[in-house]
Write a protein that binds this ligand. Structure first.
Ligand code: FMN
Length: 210
């Protein structure tokens, strides 16, 4: 079964992070669907979810917020990981930034097992209102790429390992269950043979008048 990597991005850098994650999962042999969260129509076919959003004015991308609401509870029993991308400095890399309000809501809604924050990126090439504000941030000295591809990739490798481990133990649980069913059938067949033999002896005894 496929893993869904869904994301919300305005300037493209969170989409790129999602792409790094998808590449690591695929390298570990897992089939992956990678798409903007707003374009996901159904989640029934997925064995796991990685959902990430860019952060603007302390909030998540609307497509990601809506995704969490639309599919609330639909991943019960299947693992979910969340990430945010935002800080325009290296503060995300010490791993202790708390999740924002929308991430906390999504953790509860989906529910998710973990949330991490990665650094963000801002460039003066951004267009529209982001471009305008990005220009301002750049003038204030915040421009740059604060994403850490190695940290993202290491996180994704941990996810791949967990999904693969769960798949293996799920498969061996299934194997064990089949074994138990086979054993029950064999026990039942043996008991049936014993019953038949006892019935035959009883018939024989009756015939011989014992
Ligand atoms: C107007 C504006 C507001 C931002 N607000 C926040 C914020 O509140 N918290 C944060 O961590 N990053 C904030 N950022 C940084 C972005 O989250 C960062 O640039 C991110 O990489 C953008 O992702 P995207 O390219 O996928 O849209 C802001 C950036 C802009 C331009």
């Amino acid at each position: 079964m496929t893993v869904l990597v869904a994301y919300g991005t305005t300037g493209g850098s969170t989409g790129e992070i999602a792409g790094w994650i998808a590449a690591e999962l695929r390298a570990a042999g897992l089939p992956v669907d990678l798409m903007p969260a707003g374009e996901v129509a159904d989640v029934a076919e997925y064995r796991a979810l990685v959902l990430g959003s860019a952060v603007y004015a302390m909030g998540w991308h609307s497509g990601v917020r809506q995704f969490a609401r639309r599919f609330a509870g639909r991943f019960a029993g299947r693992p979910v990981w969340l990430f945010s991308s935002g800080p325009l400095d290296t503060s995300a890399d010490d791993g202790s930034l708390p999740p924002g309000r929308h991430a906390v809501e999504a953790m509860r809604e989906l529910p998710a097992r973990e949330h991490v924050t990665f650094g963000g990126r801002i460039t003066s090439e951004a267009h529209g209102w982001i471009g305008h504000l990005a220009g301002q941030l750049a003038r204030e000295g915040h421009a740059g790429d604060f994403r850490n591809p190695e940290r993202v990739r290491a996180w994704a490798r941990g996810i791949a390992a967990e999904i693969s481990r769960a798949g293996r133990s799920g498969a061996s649980d299934e194997h064990r269950a089949v074994g138990v069913v086979d054993q029950l059938a064999a026990d039942r067949a043996q008991q049936g043979a014993r019953d038949d033999a006892e019935a035959a002896i009883a018939d024989d005894d009756q015939l011989r008048g014992v």
